[in-house]
Design a binder for this molecule. Structure first.
Ligand SMILES: [Fe+2]
Length: 206
């Protein structure tokens, strides 16, 4: 039998840092809602790879519709994992204007911290799932990208540095339908030192 997921390892959900339970304007219950979904995406990713492993590609009629469903679902699960890992890691700070390397990049590519913030907030209000500030390696600059779901619309060869979750579970418990106030709270809890660690690790040139 020839299978699709011939070699894979199961992954486990990362733990949450304690600061996430003490955010300003984003409740513990909301963080727990994100985490429950995140754990579900980890489990789903592992499950799908196991199911792909069982698909027989050498048979007379490979089940392409099954492969399609599994692979689309896989992209949703992996997106849900990666998006939330960025989200959890870069919250827990004091917010304010971006500092250090990311501050320099934002100044260079958006003109000012305020321009960047206004644009990311508008993108988050317009999106249905996520808004990201990412660095496009081909174009050599930051851009605020829109996402309607966990698996739409990442851009190849762009590295997300900020991930703003705008799914309803991110704000409904704390703000009901007032997404704009939640986005303000998101900015107030960003940890710029974490984002700067990523800029350094990826060696993004400022
Ligand atoms: Fe979430």
């Amino acid at each position: 039998m020839t299978s699709l997921a011939f070699k894979f390892e199961e992954i486990t959900a990362r733990g949450l840092k304690p600061e996430l339970y003490e955010l300003d304007g984003i409740s513990r219950a909301t963080i727990e809602a994100h985490y429950k979904l995140y754990e579900g995406y980890v489990n789903k990713r592992n499950e799908i790879l196991g199911r792909l492993d069982a698909v027989d590609l050498a048979g007379a009629n490979p089940a392409y519709s099954d492969i399609r469903a599994l692979k689309v679902e896989f992209s949703f699960a992996v997106g849900g994992i990666k998006n939330h890992e960025i989200y959890f890691e870069h919250l827990g700070g004091g917010g304010g204007d971006p500092t250090g390397l990311i501050g320099d990049l934002i100044q260079r590519d958006f003109g000012s911290a305020q321009n960047w913030r206004t644009d990311l907030k508008a993108t988050g209000m317009a999106g249905r799932g996520w808004a990201w500030t990412a660095y496009d390696w081909d174009e050599g600059h930051l851009f605020n990208y829109i996402g309607d779901a966990q698996n739409t619309y990442p851009i190849w060869n762009a590295t997300p540095l900020i991930a703003l979750d705008v799914y309803e579970h991110a704000y409904f418990l704390d703000y009901q339908t007032d997404r704009a106030s939640y986005i303000d709270a998101f900015f107030d809890n960003l940890d710029w030192s974490t984002v700067n660690d990523w800029v350094s690790k990826y060696q993004i040139q400022t």
